[in-house]
Design a protein around this ligand. Structure first.
Ligand SMILES: [Zn+2]
Length: 342
């Protein structure tokens, strides 16, 4: 039988979590009222803190310094906190898809664990990440646990695709919906999750690219594409329409492969959205705020109609790239649009 693995660490202090404050308040109040639900469903887009909230909640509940019945920040120093942070607490367990699915053996292992009282914690916390990936067998097995809950085990089902869960599972959980973070919240949260310090202006740009998702903002920063925006935009905008090959060569300078091409399309999409904002004097919301000269050039060159048409093409191209359509065809389509009379 496959044992649930200790989760990878990313505990935050409860009071310092960003965004979705009402959702967190529901949990804080449940602790004060002594009315914790045995199973929670955290649904919402990826990268907005669903997993971190579940883990930080488990840490706050089980911190040895906690006194009384209120939820406080985990101290970060006691043995429970240290073990949770290190992913080695025997009562804080995570399961996640192994391959594409969460299999029945993984669910059975949780059920077995739930039969005995927690080893050392007040509550055993089981976090099921990407719960929608449970196989049908796994989901049916989990139902049994949800129907006969153990008082000291809390389940956290985490998903960005709740429509893929059985209705019978959803109805047995208390559902908490997570929404997108504000750009400001993403920018403030970024330094804590990045290995290396990043310039503040670039953090703001990354937050804009993240569209409310901290996870997405981190991905964009890690792609290295942000630092190359200006060079990339100028190179692409200079390619003649009948020279799709030249764009492909340009693209290869910025990295081969579909994910790099996708990142490049993102840069173009955000740029043309910025042109739309700057064109209607909404400069405060421009994401590439550090590239105003390049943006002003674009505003002079493209009419609003042209910008909308190009944005449509770029968005469609990004979708086609995800479906693995030939890159050459995609590039030709985009260049056609950019080069048409503006
Ligand atoms: Zn502690």
């Amino acid at each position: 039988m496959q044992a649930p693995t200790p989760r990878s660490p990313s505990v935050r202090k409860w009071s310092e979590l960003l965004g979705n404050s009402r959702t967190r308040q529901v949990l804080t109040q449940a602790v004060s009222a002594g009315r914790l639900h045995h199973a929670y469903l955290f649904s919402g887009p990826t990268g907005v803190g669903k997993y971190t909230t579940a883990l930080s909640f488990a840490a706050s509940l089980n911190c040895l310094e906690r006194s009384g019945d209120v939820l406080e920040d985990a101290c970060g120093r006691c043995t429970a906190c240290k073990r949770i942070e290190a992913g080695q607490h025997p009562d804080v367990l995570e399961i996640a898809p192994s391959g594409n699915f969460i299999k029945i053996d993984q669910i059975r292992a949780i059920q077995k664990a739930a039969l005995s009282p927690p080893y050392e914690a007040c509550y055993r916390a089981v976090i099921i990440d990407q719960a929608h990936a449970m196989t049908e067998e796994g989901a049916n097995a989990l139902l049994k646990t949800l129907e006969e809950p153990s008082a000291l085990t809390l389940l956290f089902l985490i998903t960005d695709q709740p429509h893929r869960l059985l209705d019978t599972i959803i109805s047995r959980c208390q559902r908490l919906r997570f929404g997108a973070l504000s750009d400001d919240e993403v920018a403030r949260a970024l330094p804590d999750v990045l290995e290396e310090p990043v310039d503040e202006a670039l953090l703001k740009v990354a937050a804009g690219y993240g569209e409310g998702s901290l996870g997405r903002a981190v991905e964009v920063l890690e792609s290295g594409m942000l630092e190359q925006r200006q060079e990339l935009l100028e190179a692409f905008l200079a390619v003649p329409a009948d020279r799709a090959n030249q764009w492909l060569e340009t693209a290869e300078r910025f990295g081969r492969g579909n994910s790099e091409l996708e990142a490049q399309l993102d840069v173009l999409i955000v740029y043309f959205r910025d042109l739309m904002l700057a064109g209607r004097a909404d400069r405060g919301r421009v994401i590439n705020a550090d590239l105003m000269t390049t943006i002003d050039k674009g505003v002079e060159r493209f009419s609003l109609d042209a910008i909308l048409r190009i944005l449509d093409t770029l968005t469609e191209a990004r979708g086609r790239l995800k479906r693995n359509v030939n890159a050459q065809l995609i590039v030709e389509g985009v260049l056609d649009q950019i080069r048409q009379p503006s």
